[in-house]
Design a protein around this ligand. Structure first.
Ligand SMILES: Cc1cc2nc3c(=O)[nH]c(=O)nc-3n(C[C@H](O)[C@H](O)[C@H](O)COP(=O)(O)OP(=O)(O)OC[C@H]3O[C@@H](n4cnc5c(N)ncnc54)[C@H](O)[C@@H]3O)c2cc1C
Length: 386
């Protein structure tokens, strides 16, 4: 039999695409034994599925403008209706993030809304696809399936334990698409060298900090872990590629430490006690790195050096937490040869790419799922119209 459409991957994007395909006889092929594993883990089980403040500025890639058309045409009201019809309650938080009652309820809503025309094969690993005339031959789970439209919603490299693979990139390359070098993003930094010892006693500290790498800057939560740093501000910065670059951290963005120390030279006796008024004590110890002195005796140079460590602590990022912990993969299938309106390949008719496999990566806050939904709906609309 020849399917009208085969969707590769039963993740957020693949399921949304299937939910929006009207009558076309469609098969979803998924390598895991269960659909939507990553969706289930999203938002710590509460699935931050959208953001009220959505623009291409929240996305990164070689051409972030690529996402505008699909995001604009995405009918969010319709999606909310789908959730409501399936009793998947959600809340809009003050910061614009939409969270579900549970990720499970979002997954169930998508699965419930699949029409009679949709079949799903679980535990079926996709290997490769070829095109013979107008028909795609899809090799998966030891079988060959045939279809007129092929949608690749295979995600990318983050979280192998949830089914991640390079299959989308391999497929795209086999059809002549360029891959923008991928890297783990929305992830933390692992301390190496001297930093490892210096910050060994800081695990669990969390504070508001300003992080800068090149021309990108984020103000927000920073968390010290057992082996490095994490938190929203760092996650967002990691989107822009921070490996082997200089990361600057302002641990106390609201106060100029140099002025503070000068003004309080007659305050606490020792520098450490003074610094503890600016940043958490264990961090203050790590920042001073064994140095301490009576505040009254500090030289100009010592004040300025200490202040620099607080307001402009910089080091080269040598190691990231990697794909096993990264929420997403940045980079991916170049958008250069994909239609931004339909997600169809401009090299191969009726071949579509949606979701995270494309070189469009969102900040924290529901932007990646918003992209998964929007790109999937754009592809489904094109398939419905053809
Ligand atoms: C822990 C965690 C929390 C997150 N939380 C949020 C959040 O709250 N909000 C947000 O916006 N984003 C969040 N994200 C990111 C978001 O989940 C992803 O961007 C989104 O799931 C991408 O959707 P996708 O359909 O493109 O890929 P995926 O959801 O990864 O789906 C791809 C599917 O393809 C399947 N597959 C892969 N290779 C093969 C193969 N060879 N054969 C068959 N099937 C295969 C996979 O098993 C998977 O089911 C989170 C990510 C993680 C890891």
């Amino acid at each position: 039999m020849i399917f009208d459409c085969i969707i590769l991957g039963a993740g957020a994007s693949g399921l949304m695409c299937a939910a929006k395909i009207k009558n076309a006889k469609t098969l979803i092929i998924e390598g895991n034994q269960k659909p939507g594993l990553k969706l289930l883990a999203s938002g710590g089980g509460l699935c931050n599925f959208y953001n009220a403040d959505l623009s291409f500025k929240n996305y990164y890639g070689q051409n972030p403008h690529f996402c505008i058309s699909a995001l604009k045409s995405f009918d969010f009201e319709d999606f909310k209706k789908l959730l409501a019809e399936n009793k998947a309650d959600f809340t809009l938080r003050e910061d614009g993030k939409f969270f579900a009652r549970s990720s499970r309820s979002v997954l169930d809503a998508l699965l419930n809304s699949l029409g009679q025309n949709i079949d799903i094969r679980l535990g079926c690993k996709f290997k490769k696809a070829l095109k013979n005339g107008d028909i795609f031959e899809v090799y998966a789970g030891g079988e060959v399936f045939k279809c007129k439209n092929l949608v690749c919603s295979l995600g990318a490299l983050s979280h192998k334990n949830m089914g991640a693979s390079s299959a989308a990139f391999d497929l795209a390359e086999s059809f002549g698409h360029e891959i923008v070098p991928p890297y783990p993003a929305l992830c933390g930094v692992v301390f190496t060298g001297d930093l490892k010892n210096r910050f060994a006693d800081t695990a669990g500290i969390s504070l508001k900090a300003e992080l800068t790498c090149g021309k990108n800057k984020f103000l927000g939560g920073l968390l010290f872990t057992h082996d490095g740093i994490s938190g929203p501000a760092l996650f967002n910065l990691s989107l822009y590629g921070i490996k082997n670059k200089t990361l600057e951290i302002n641990f106390c963005p609201q106060i100029k430490a140099e002025d503070f120390i000068k003004q309080n030279k007659n305050g606490p006796k020792h520098l450490l006690s003074l610094i503890e008024r600016l940043i958490p004590p264990r961090l203050a110890k790590a920042i001073l790195n064994g140095f301490d002195k009576k505040t009254a005796d500090l030289t100009k140079e010592e004040i300025s050096q200490t202040a620099k460590q607080i307001n402009d602590f910089s080091f080269t990022v040598e190691k990231l937490t990697g794909y096993e912990k990264a929420e997403i993969t940045a980079g991916g299938i170049s958008t250069k040869e994909i239609s931004s309106k339909t997600m169809m390949s401009q090299k191969t008719k009726s071949l579509y790419f949606t979701g995270e496999c494309l070189d469009i990566s969102g900040q924290l806050g529901g932007y990646n799922l918003a992209w998964a939904w929007a790109s999937a709906c754009a592809a489904a609309k094109s398939i419905n119209e053809n």
